[in-house]
Design a protein around this ligand. Structure first.
Ligand SMILES: *Cc1c(COP(=O)(O)O)cnc(C)c1O
Length: 368
């Protein structure tokens, strides 16, 4: 018989979803109440699906206080496609964009942007293997740039901006893939925010793009815009409400359930407190004796992706193996950082953090 017991899932993405969300999806999988068909079977043009995507967007707007002059889009191609789509739409010939590189993902964003237009790298911390965000005086921003691109949480290195730097009146574009809706956000500080759903929002298959209306309009006025593939123009998806072609219906439905769950537990203020508590417990254990060592500098440690090392690689391999056997799955770090990574997104239960902390203490006693 196959086990149906749920383990604690520390994977970086696709990642853990709230249990009530999975249970509701399971309960309604065969027939949506009042519809008599599965969400997997209905037309994206049906009244039922329009209600699903509409309610999902409404809850996002409510949770994050998204103003009316911002569009909420559900796109495909992952956050990776946004690496190209952002400059294709927002970076005109003759202009340039400033990129802040604080880890593996922003480094990939730069690589794609350079294929499209001119890029100024305003900061790159590769030499230190991406363990911190820039100090104010290190940021080489260029006034007049088309936009500033920032990756507000680096999923692989575990480096997070806890506050958006002051960019003056520059247009800020943020890849928030691994911490979107993990805390309150002032959307008006951004021109465009994007996130692959599969880290902190829902299952894989959709990318959330929150974009200010004037940026979409300005992009569409440029002569070169008409030559962009239709799917890569933001202006295609705005009037069609993300239904220009067939969207990932089941993913959007599940994101909708996650948003309802977030509203029910008290919104972004409530999840912010829980996330602070969870990360606080884990970093306190990492700092307790020196047996464990955090990768990121203390003031920019990610609350979502906790990266840490052990005294040597043998112990790290042993930790991964034994923790997995104890029901703590997905703790092996990314090869570029090494060591361990505990991804503790919104949906990750606090109880799982407590179990990990106990495991760490017992492991240190035996091996320290
Ligand atoms: C995972 C991730 C991406 C890539 O997302 P895809 O949806 O797989 O394309 C980009 N940026 C960040 C910060 C990520 O965590």
């Amino acid at each position: 018989m196959v086990t149906t017991t749920r383990v604690f899932n520390f994977a970086a993405g696709p990642a853990v979803l709230p249990l009530p969300v999975l249970e509701e999806a399971q309960r309604d999988l065969v027939a949506l109440p009042g519809v008599g068909m599965s969400v997997l079977e209905i037309s994206h043009r049906s009244k039922a699906f329009e209600a699903i995507i509409g309610e999902c967007e409404a809850n996002m707007r409510k949770l994050a206080g998204i103003p009316d002059n911002y569009h909420v889009l559900f796109l495909q191609g992952g956050a990776t496609t946004q690496f190209s789509m952002v400059p294709m739409n927002l970076l005109p010939a003759g202009s340039w964009a400033d990129y802040i590189v604080t880890g593996a993902w922003s480094s990939k964003a730069v690589k794609e942007a350079k294929k499209v237009g001119a890029v100024n790298v305003a900061f790159d911390n590769k030499a230190e293997n991406y363990l911190r965000i820039p100090k104010k005086e290190e940021l080489k921003l260029t006034p007049g740039a088309a936009y500033v691109h920032i990756t507000t949480n680096e999923t692989i290195h575990g480096v997070e901006f806890h506050q958006l730097p002051d960019f003056g009146d520059a247009t800020v574009v943020a890849d928030t893939s691994s911490h979107m809706f993990s805390r309150p956000i002032d959307v008006t500080k951004y021109g465009l925010i994007y996130a692959g759903a599969q880290k902190n929002i829902g299952p894989a298959g959709a990318t959330i793009v929150i974009v200010r209306d004037d940026l979409v309009k300005k992009a569409a006025e440029r002569p070169s815009y008409a030559n962009l593939p239709v799917m890569l123009q933001y202006g295609t998806h705005v009037p069609e409400k993300s239904l220009y072609n067939t969207p990932p219906c089941f993913t959007i439905y599940t994101i909708g359930l996650v948003m309802k769950w977030l509203v029910a537990i008290g919104g972004l203020e409530a999840i912010d407190k829980i996330n602070g508590r969870k990360a606080g417990k884990l970093y306190a254990e990492i700092d307790r004796t020196g047996f464990y060592r955090g990768h990121a500098a203390k003031d920019c440690r990610s609350r979502m992706n906790v990266t840490f090392r052990l005294p040597n690689e043998e112990l790290e391999a042993k930790f991964v193996k034994e923790s997995k056997a104890a029901g703590l799955d997905g703790l092996k770090g990314h090869r570029s950082v090494g060591g361990l990574r505990a991804s503790i997104y919104n949906a990750f239960p606090e109880e799982g953090v407590d179990v990990l902390v106990s495991f760490m203490q017992a492991f240190e006693k035996k091996n320290g």
